[in-house]
Write a protein that binds this ligand. Structure first.
Ligand SMILES: Cc1cc2nc3c(=O)[nH]c(=O)nc-3n(C[C@H](O)[C@H](O)[C@H](O)COP(=O)(O)O)c2cc1C
Length: 216
């Protein structure tokens, strides 16, 4: 198959599955996010909790990658990672981040902007200990985002930590969660002829959510 610019430019899809209006979105974006997440789960969306996380370092350089949503409460969206990774370094320099979910099965996107903060040690411990042993050893074995000479470095680290810790694998201090406290949450529903529905919630200074429709 050719992937010339012309071929790629000809790929298009008209979205017709659903509509989104102000009334359906309600007044609480967390409740509505739960509803859309459940819908995506029921629709068998692949990797339903995968989200793009965008960070920006102190020099203003952006960087985006996928992480997994592992918790959601009335405060925000939680993911886990290596605090020494590039994303960890970016967040320590600049806590402003953005998250994007794309549930193509439902022609839906959710865009979130907010501030990332580390979750408590207890929260990181609880999630870390729920992970399979292999994943826990992986967290020890990978100096995430650093250059390594070859894959054998990882394998050797893994073998070394496996024999060091046996069945009792503690959480590395450099591994844990972040909670993204949202300032805006936008729900996007694809519509025909690129006339999509966009409902954006913005948190005002008194903590209430303001709801607006954005042009597609
Ligand atoms: C489906 C999927 C899920 C991922 N989940 C995570 C995750 O939850 N935490 C994480 O640190 N990296 C996760 N990754 C790997 C990241 O995308 C990324 O490669 C890694 O965190 C290093 O990013 P950084 O160098 O920008 O910090 C995932 C990748 C994919 C494709």
């Amino acid at each position: 198959m050719s992937h010339s610019g012309k071929h790629i430019a000809a790929i298009r899809k008209d979205y017709q599955l659903a509509v989104l209006d102000e009334q359906v979105a309600g007044d609480n974006p967390f409740s509505f996010f739960h509803k859309w997440f459940d819908d995506a789960h029921k629709a068998d969306a692949e990797e339903v909790n995968a989200m793009t996380l965008a960070t920006v370092n102190a020099a203003g350089k952006p960087h985006a990658r996928i992480v997994l949503l592992k918790g959601l409460d009335e405060k925000g969206f939680v993911f886990f990672t290596n605090y020494n990774s590039e994303k960890g370094r970016d967040i320590s320099e600049n806590p402003h981040v953005s998250l994007v979910f794309f549930w193509k099965e439902l022609e839906r996107q959710v865009c979130i902007e907010g501030m990332a903060e580390k979750v408590s040690e207890a929260e990181s411990d609880e999630y870390f200990m729920s992970r399979p042993a292999g994943s826990r050893l992986g967290a020890w074995s990978s100096p995430q985002s650093t250059i390594i000479a070859d894959r054998s470095i990882l394998e050797e680290n893994y073998t070394r930590y496996a024999s060091q810790y046996g069945d009792d694998i503690p959480r590395p201090q450099h591994w844990g969660g972040y909670r993204v406290i949202p300032t805006t949450i936008e729900f996007w529903q694809g519509r025909s002829s690129r006339m999509h529905d966009r409902i954006q919630f913005t948190r005002s200074s008194n903590g209430n959510w303001l709801k607006n429709r954005l042009a597609p």
